[in-house]
Ligand binder design. Sequence first.
Ligand code: NAP
Length: 280
Amino acid sequence: MAATIIDGKALAAKCKARIKEEVEHLSKRPGLAVIIVGDNPASRIYVNHKKKDCAECGIYSEEYALPECARQEELLELIDLLNGREDIDGILVQLPLPAQFDEKAVLNAIDPGKDVDCFHPYNVGQLMIGEHTFLPCTPAGVMAMLDEYGIDPAGKHAVVVGRSNIVGKPQAMLLLQRHATVTICHSRTPNLAEITRQADILVAAVGKTGLITADMVNEGAAVIDVAMNRNEEGKLCGDVDFEAVKEKASFITPVPGGVGPMTRVMLLENTLTAAKVHGK
Ligand code: NAP
């Protein structure tokens, strides 16, 4: 039987409506500062999306666009200024930064209470021990999708393919916190298919078109495709062979229209959370 398609776009719209309503009931408007350095076209698109999402939900946003040749000190000074501003609840530095920047030092400079991307080591540590304020956007978006479609990770075998700090590792941690038995795979994992076939919940977060084929998926598995790749025709696609896998899985996310919209919503969620923590 063909899988149920998990509609990330529809769920994102529902979440946004709820966030907008919550924002309307706050004493002050939440504020997000987005910093972009240089002119990476993909980063420009992401930043525009973020500003548009904020406007739709009644969140104040401001953009700081620094030139490609900007210096680390300039960026750190700006972050310091924003850290001290009461009207700004969240600070987001769009990655990647140009080569002259020390990304780690930049992210560490953001006040953990305004770290709406959840990249600061303090927030990563809080996530590890289950005492988080913020959740990393993409993995949190995936968990919201599982919840919406009644896919309870408890007691299931979840296999996460990819171990990056922004997706794979925190995804595994969130699934573990929800009582899944979790296996993390990566580029050195031998016999990947043998492991993915054991998954009740399979999360692909690699960035390789067509990596997950139907023979690698257990009948009835829930398959979440985090990847955002471009195929040979330049079309957006995931890691999963969607057409073949949907005939075997019980649930599957499309690309586009799956995890991407939910990642965007989780940034709004974190900004709302920050505003509440700041007493708004
Ligand atoms: P990343 O930092 O490049 O990490 C990729 C991971 O995949 C690494 O852990 C790597 O293993 C592993 N890997 C590479 N080749 C593999 C193979 N043949 N078999 C198994 N594992 C393999 O990427 P990322 O930032 O996590 O992003 C992953 C994908 O998600 C990308 O397509 C990205 O565009 C997408 N993404 C989407 C969203 C969204 O909103 N939908 C958000 C973030 C990212 P090693 O660690 O051993 O190198």
